[in-house]
Design a protein around this ligand. Sequence first.
Ligand SMILES: C[S@@+](CC[C@H](N)C(=O)[O-])C[C@H]1O[C@@H](n2cnc3c(N)ncnc32)[C@H](O)[C@@H]1O
Length: 361
Amino acid sequence: MEYEEFRKELTHKVVEQPEWRELATFVPNKTLPIYNWFYYKEGFAKELVEKLLEMFNTEQSSVVLDPFCGSGTTLVACSQKGIDSVGLDVLPTAIFASKVKTSKYDAEELRKEAKILFRGKYRKVDMEFPKIMRKMINKYALNDIAFFISSINRIENKDFFTLALLNASIKVSYAWKDGGVIKMKKHPTPPLRHLFRRIVYRMLKDVESERLTGKVNIMQCDSRKMDIADESIDAVITSPPYLNNIDYTKLYAIEDYFMKLRNVTPMRSFLENTEEKYFEDMEKVLKELHRVCKPGANLAIVIGNAYIDKEIESDFLTCWLASKAGFEVERVFVLNKRFALKDRTKKVGVLRESLLILKKA
Ligand SMILES: C[S@@+](CC[C@H](N)C(=O)[O-])C[C@H]1O[C@@H](n2cnc3c(N)ncnc32)[C@H](O)[C@@H]1O
């Protein structure tokens, strides 16, 4: 079957679902315990994962895969339901945040360490910061960051406190992720040490109140070649990077500084961002997904369309590649529609953001 014919048949499977629009975004997670330990603009909502687990009748014995796990939304939601999951990503910050969110902690121990951290007498610590941090974070906050980095080095649960410190540092910084670039937006900021303390105690409360029972396995791995056994996965819930020419490694420059402290190293192998390369990479990912999924496995993929000189229907094209890889397309839920803009203002088309529901035959 040719693509045009496939596309025509596919349109019968398209369902408008605008009431799920916000679920394709990270916004609802901002107020949720654990989910809000790290703000990830590219993330989707916990509630979306819960709806999909229900739609797929996911059993407790299942293993769910998110090959683009980002900040770990799928992994946390599965673990809260007692379902095991596997998460892959290439971005150090994503791997780190996902690991910190899904680790098991001894709350008592964390409280003791927090006390040590905040009781410690403040002293000036000399530390070299990269240019981006010197530009985006005021010098008082930088002094606090240096002090806390050296204090965290002396306690056990370094990752937990480093994520809190990273979170506080991002909040006081003037860095603003606008599309694919970091811009400077000055705003009044509370003293970093107060903010950091507030964040730590809020996270501690979450550790005490939330129960994560499903096992989580997170790997820094390129999803074009997954380090996962054949036919071992029951369901996939994911959202790949969109075709948008964004170089994420540049956007996460401040976060990367903290990653280096914790020895999480960069891995520069994103899905390439030219149209041709993007779909070549997507084809590789879909073939890998077919290999690792059990027969009958359900897949949910959130993906947005792009405009690069013309409208590119990433949702339908991904369905086409998926069907060639051996998946059946069951539904395409259209969650969102936004205007494609040229020169940032001129409306040149409408772009869908869709949820693809596939099944391995
Ligand atoms: C749209 S985000 C996923 C967000 C996630 N659903 C959440 O709620 O946080 C896409 C993720 O894919 C990751 N990624 C990009 N290329 C990858 C590759 N080749 N292999 C694995 N992960 C990749 C990016 O680092 C990014 O975290």
